[in-house]
Structure formats: structure tokens, C-alpha cells
Design a binder for this molecule. Sequence first.
Ligand SMILES: C[S@@+](CC[C@H](N)C(=O)[O-])C[C@H]1O[C@@H](n2cnc3c(N)ncnc32)[C@H](O)[C@@H]1O
Length: 228
Amino acid sequence: MSRGGGRGHTRVLTARKRTAQSTRWLERQLNDPYVKRAKAEGYRSRAAYKLIELDEKFGFLKGKKRVVDLGIAPGGWTQVVRRRLPKAPVVGIDLLPVDPIDGAVILQMDFMDDAAPDRLIEELGGAPDLIVSDMAANTVGHPQTDALRTMGLVETALDFAIQVLEPGGDFVAKVFAGGADSTLVAEMKRNFATVKHAKPPSSRKGSVEWFVVAQGFKGRAKAEAAEE
Ligand SMILES: C[S@@+](CC[C@H](N)C(=O)[O-])C[C@H]1O[C@@H](n2cnc3c(N)ncnc32)[C@H](O)[C@@H]1O
């Protein structure tokens, strides 16, 4: 149940069975300009704008030919990729089911499963030149544990990127609390020409999420030589 507040702000009346927390969430959703925009522009998630804004800043979508979307559900990022790059196939993976998206293959499986990397590349039909990851571990409410679990996903996504990216390719991933840790950043710097952190305007101020954008994959041979 909702009632108009002043100047177009929608207030939600607290129903007896609704908790204060879910009332706050609903009120925020109803008043969020990105939620309204996503509805108007046909995006399945407000998260779509995070990728749009990151791309406005870093331009990683331009000219890409094959894309992997890790943590695709409900599909906003893949919709953005398909609208910008109508000829580029996308393969996405998620634990959750996702409604079909034209031009995208969607795998419902755990990215941490040993079989996932091969399945992704098999479905893509070649090496990707862009890998994006918006994966976040389900939170357990213990901040250090939550951050560590999400970092585990980012590390695995980076290992995958280093194994499969085309030289010159880009890797974009959600990280927690101010950025990737120093070991991970060092690993990215060894493998990519530039590594930057960003928090796009559509990422909620109160959330600890940030994004890391690694561009210009140096290729496996160069990265291996740098390690010696
Ligand atoms: C924030 S959502 C992604 C939103 C998406 N970028 C969009 O625009 O619609 C994060 C997703 O990561 C998925 N995820 C988390 N851990 C995963 C894992 N181990 N394997 C596959 N997907 C995972 C979650 O199920 C969730 O759907």
C-alpha cells in the first residue's frame, strides 16, 4: 500500500505483516530514479545503469566481439551489451534461472564448478574479448565473511579471464569495500595495461560495492614472461 508524499515522493504505509526493513526497501525502490528508468527503457534491473555508466567512463564495450557475463541474472548487463553490440554473442552464467535474451546463451550453474569455464567457452564458440562480472556472494550478515566470499568469486573470475581472454581484452568486476585487495590488484597490473577502480553514480552510496576495470590484456605469453 503506498500514498503520495510531497513532490512526487511515494511513501509506503507500514502494513502490519511487513517488517520495517522491507518497508524501507520498498519505499526506496518506488522512489529510485534508476528503477523508474529501467522500467521505462525495458531493462530488467537497475544494475544495467552501472554497466552503462562504467562504459561511459572507460569505453570497454566498443568494438567487442565475444562477451561473457558472470552472474547474469536477471539480465540487465547482457541487455546493455546486446543493445550496444548487436552482433556480439554473449554467454552468461548464474545460479538462478534467467528468462531468455535474444543473442545470449544462458547457463544455470555455479561459476565455481570446475566444469564452468569450459562450458562458457564452448557455448561462446571462441575466446572472449570482454568478461564482465557482477557476481556477489549471498551475504550471511558477517561483513568480513561476506567480503571474503565475494573476493573468492572475483579471484576465480580473474583467473578465468587470464586463462581465456583474447590479447587486448578487458575485464570488469564488482569488488567490495574500496576495491580489490593488493594481491589481486598486483595480479591485474601484471596482466593488463591499465587497472582502475570506480563507483558509478547508480551504485548506491550506502553500498560497499565498487568496480574494478582492467583493460588491455597483455596476453598469456607476456604475463608469464613478466613473472619470470
Ligand atoms: C547483482 S546480481 C547481477 C545483476 C546483473 N548484472 C543484472 O544486470 O541483471 C549478482 C548475481 O550473481 C549471481 N552469483 C553469485 N554467485 C554466483 C556463482 N557462484 N555462480 C554463478 N552466479 C553467481 C547471483 O545469483 C546473482 O544473480
